[in-house]
Design a protein around this ligand. Structure first.
Ligand SMILES: NC(=O)c1ccc[n+]([C@@H]2O[C@H](COP(=O)([O-])OP(=O)(O)OC[C@H]3O[C@@H](n4cnc5c(N)ncnc54)[C@H](O)[C@@H]3O)[C@@H](O)[C@H]2O)c1
Length: 270
């Protein structure tokens, strides 16, 4: 029996990269998973991967930059699988530019996707995480099991990164708010933690193509890998493994921390 048997999880940004690997891994561990992504095609592909693996998945294309959409996402979990136990806030985006060229629209977009989606999804989940736990405590003196909220920061929030004023503003806030929510929700048996991936090979870190909004110039990619003690870029599964640990009962006494998943990257060792 998998260690998440009987649990229900939502994973945002689960159509690609780290989110997909995490959704697949949580399902493999026994959870029913709502695969959320604004892009329907990759979201459906993730759900198909889970189904082929013998797991249970539902798809949501809600853009949780809006609170109403976040409420719809949470309703999908409850209507399809009866409850919600685990939220993995993973959706993220970059729009790198030097600070002197930053504008409000670019700042707001990156804050919205990296911070507001996590804020709204977590807020919408409160009736199913906090209220349910509160009722269990009132009726039985303790929670039936720990519920879990994971966030996604970045090693860039620990080291700083040229061209990422907007992104590090969001990812730094994730570290701080993880600590605040761990304190607020701890009494309800809800663990709140974050991962801070380093250089992980996904669409966000692919070689930047002419005219593309995302990606990293090849010379900077080479430099990033040189800073990794373990000598290789990370894979989405490297981060999924840590999400899976944090949402399992193995991590029931871990809360309020941000775990760097960066291969010992210089400056990002916690
Ligand atoms: N790849 C890395 O090296 C790295 C490093 C540090 C942090 N991260 C963080 O890890 C997370 C996953 O990144 P990734 O590298 O897998 O990126 P990715 O681009 O491969 O996947 C991100 C997914 O999020 C989706 N998405 C974007 N906006 C969304 C929204 N509003 N609602 C729902 N889904 C949305 C995208 O469609 C995409 O499928 C992000 O938060 C990212 O900032 C990644």
């Amino acid at each position: 029996m998998g260690r998440l048997e009987g649990r229900v999880a939502v994973v945002t940004g689960a159509g690609r990269g780290i989110g997909r690997a995490t959704a697949v891994r949580l399902a493999r561990d026994g959870a029913a998973v709502v695969v959320n992504d604004v892009d329907p095609e990759p979201a459906n592909e993730t759900a198909e991967l889970i189904g082929r693996d013998g797991g249970q998945a539902a798809v949501s294309t809600d853009d949780t930059i809006s609170l109403d959409a976040a409420k719809r996402l949470v309703r999908t979990a409850v209507e399809r699988f009866g409850k919600l136990d685990i939220v993995v806030n993973n959706a993220g985006i970059t729009r790198d530019r030097m600070f002197h060229r930053m504008d409000d629209e670019t700042l707001d977009f990156v804050l919205d996707v990296n911070l507001r989606t996590a804020y709204h999804t977590t807020l919408a989940a409160m009736p199913y995480l906090r209220d349910v736990a509160k009722q269990e405590i009132a009726e039985q003196g303790k929670v039936a099991y720990h519920r879990k909220i994971n966030f996604t920061s970045s090693s860039a929030a620990m080291t700083g990164n040229v061209g990422q004023y907007n992104y590090t503003a969001a990812k730094g806030a994730v570290i701080a708010t993880t600590k605040t929510l761990a304190r607020e929700l701890g009494p309800f048996g809800i663990n709140v933690n974050a991962v801070a991936p380093g250089f992980i090979e996904t669409r966000l870190t692919a070689p930047k193509e002419e005219g593309s909004d995302i990606g990293i110039p090849q010379n900077l990619r080479d430099m990033a890998v040189m800073l990794i003690a373990l000598g290789r870029p990370g894979q989405p599964e490297d981060v999924a493994n840590v999400h899976a640990f944090l949402v399992s009962s193995d991590a029931d006494f871990v809360s309020g921390v941000t775990i760097p998943v960066a291969g010992g990257q210089l400056g990002a060792m916690g």
